[in-house]
Structures are given as structure tokens and as C-alpha cells.
Design a protein around this ligand. Structure first.
Ligand code: COA
Length: 260
């Protein structure tokens, strides 16, 4: 299978839909797929027509069922060190300045869960199942799960998932605030796209600054986060988007943001 086919890329209006496409292996992340996903994210980042991204899995069984376990067999610590020195899909999703919405349509396990954790907003279908089952394999989460999961659901709920490896259903994920919304399976993509389109209609400069400032809330001390917010707030005053947004409000019309 070619790299392009491992991640399907479709653009609908201002929204890029990236579909992880290895359904026969429950969309497990192998090296080629990670590479393809990094390329697709980079392309979306560079395309000024794209203002929001929806990330999902192909088929009706899985979002992503984790790292490709077959690749672990025989891998030495040095091999693994080299793999982890490469740019990761988790960091790429978190750092891209455009919002990424996870549309979670089935098993969301291990590295798949960590990919979802790196996204900005998570919407799940009622068929989604979540887990960090790495302990079953004699390893631990290595894509940020031990750090991002406690920041989202709290320490106790994260420990329960990471130490037991037990899966939870969509209702429990919603209760834990691991996902923002749960939909019927057929409503998942329409809802994820509706959220993406709402964001895509806003100022891209403001959305990027808002993502950066808000995400900093869980990684830096309060005083540093407040300084970052102030700096980004002031930066917005240098944008054409701010000129257009304020003028459109005063003229009682819908703004047409240039994205600069
Ligand atoms: N890595 C590699 N292959 C995987 C995989 C993974 N993480 N998850 C699923 N697959 C493969 C299976 O080996 C199987 O391949 P095969 O048809 O060549 O035998 C195929 O995907 C379908 O999986 P199967 O287990 O038959 O489907 P299921 O619907 O009964 O169960 C899961 C789905 C996701 C519950 C189950 O496959 C599973 O537990 N996967 C591993 C999850 C995991 O531990 N992830 C963390 C990795 S660090």
C-alpha cells in the first residue's frame, strides 16, 4: 500500500479530513503510516485554504488501535531510541497551529488514545472504546499518555486506565471528560465537521493564538501562561483579521477574515 493511501486526505471547504486508512489492522500505527500522517499534517499546515482539521479512522471498527505491535518484536532499545528521536505524530498534532478535532469512531487504544489526547477537541461515537493497554504487553504508554491523560482526566482516573489497561466505553469517557461529546455513529462526522466549520469561519490568526495560549495552560506555570496570553493578545492587534473583525462588528456585517 502506498504512503498516500495510508492516510486519506480530503478537503471540504476550509476543513481538511485526514483518515487513517489501515482498517484491516484496526488502523494500527506502523512506521509508514506515521510518516504519511506527518506528511499530511505538514501539507494541511502549509495550505492556507485549510483552517481546521478533522482526524478519524477508516472503517467502523477503529479510530486507531495503537502502535503496530508487530514492529515491537525484535526491536532493540537503540532501534526504539532512534524511532523516538524522529518527530512524533503526537507532537505534530499538538503543535500544528490549526485546530485538530478527533472524530473517534471505534477502538481508540494505546498510541491511538495518545493521538486523540494530543488533539484539541475529541468527539466520540457511541461505539468508541478507549484504553491504554500497554501494561498488557510489558510496556508503558510512550506517546505522551502518562503526561497528557492525567492533565485531561485527573491523576486517579489516568492511573486506573494506565495501570489496569482496562477499556472504557464512550459514556464513561464522556463522564471522565476524556471526550467533549458523544454522538450516534452516523452523526459523528457531521458533528465533527460542524465544529471544524464553526472554527474555520473565525480569524485564523486568532484561532492559532487561542490554541497556543489555551494549550499552554496545562504545560506552564500560571504567571508564564498569563504572560504568553498577553503577548499573543497584543500580537492579534497587528493582524488584518483584527482590523476586519472589529470593523465588521461596527458595520453590523459578517467578517471576511483574510487570515493575516
Ligand atoms: N498492532 C498490530 N496489529 C493490530 C493491532 C495493533 N495494535 N490491533 C489490531 N491489529 C490487527 C490484528 O492483529 C488483526 O490482524 P490479522 O487479521 O492479520 O490477524 C487485525 O488487526 C484485526 O484485529 P482483531 O484482534 O482480530 O480484531 P478485534 O475487532 O477482535 O479486536 C482490538 C480489536 C483492537 C481489541 C484488538 O485487535 C487488540 O486488542 N489490539 C491491540 C490493542 C493494543 O494493545 N494496543 C496498544 C499497542 S501499544
Amino acid at each position: 500500500m502506498s504512503e498516500e493511501q495510508l492516510v486519506l486526505q480530503e478537503t471540504r471547504g476550509s476543513v481538511a479530513i485526514l483518515t487513517i486508512n489501515r482498517p484491516d489492522k484496526r488502523n494500527a500505527l506502523n512506521g509508514a503510516l506515521r510518516c504519511s500522517l506527518l506528511g499530511a499534517l505538514d501539507a494541511a499546515a502549509r495550505n492556507s485554504a485549510v483552517r481546521a482539521i478533522v482526524l478519524t479512522g477508516a472503517g467502523d471498527k477503529a479510530f486507531v488501535a495503537g502502535a503496530d505491535i508487530g514492529e515491537f518484536e525484535g526491536r532493540s532499545p537503540v532501534d526504539q531510541y532512534r524511532v523516538m528521536k524522529q518527530p512524533t505524530v503526537f507532537d505534530a498534532v499538538e503543535r500544528i497551529s490549526k485546530p485538530v478535532i478527533a472524530a473517534i469512531n471505534g477502538f481508540c487504544l494505546g498510541g491511538g488514545m495518545e493521538l486523540a489526547l494530543a488533539c484539541d477537541i475529541r468527539i466520540a461515537s457511541t461505539s468508541a472504546r478507549f484504553g491504554q493497554p500497554e501494561v498488557n504487553l510489558g510496556i508503558i504508554p510512550g506517546g505522551g499518555g502518562t503526561q497528557r491523560l492525567p492533565r485531561i482526566v485527573g491523576l486517579g482516573a489516568a492511573c486506573r486506565m494506565i495501570l489496569t489497561g482496562d477499556l472504557i466505553d464512550a459514556a464513561e469517557a464522556f463522564r471522565l471528560r476524556l471526550v467533549e461529546e458523544v454522538t450516534a455513529p452516523d452523526a459523528l462526522m457531521p458533528r465533527a465537521l460542524a465544529i471544524a466549520e464553526t472554527i474555520a469561519a473565525k480569524s485564523p490568526v486568532a484561532v492559532a493564538a487561542a490554541k497556543e495560549a489555551t494549550r499552554a495552560a496545562v504545560s506552564v506555570p500560571l504567571d508564564e501562561g498569563l504572560k504568553l496570553e498577553t503577548a499573543l493578545f497584543q500580537l492579534c492587534f497587528a493582524s488584518e483579521d483584527k482590523v476586519e473583525g472589529v470593523r465588521a462588528f461596527l458595520e453590523k456585517r459578517t467578517p471576511n477574515f483574510p487570515g493575516r
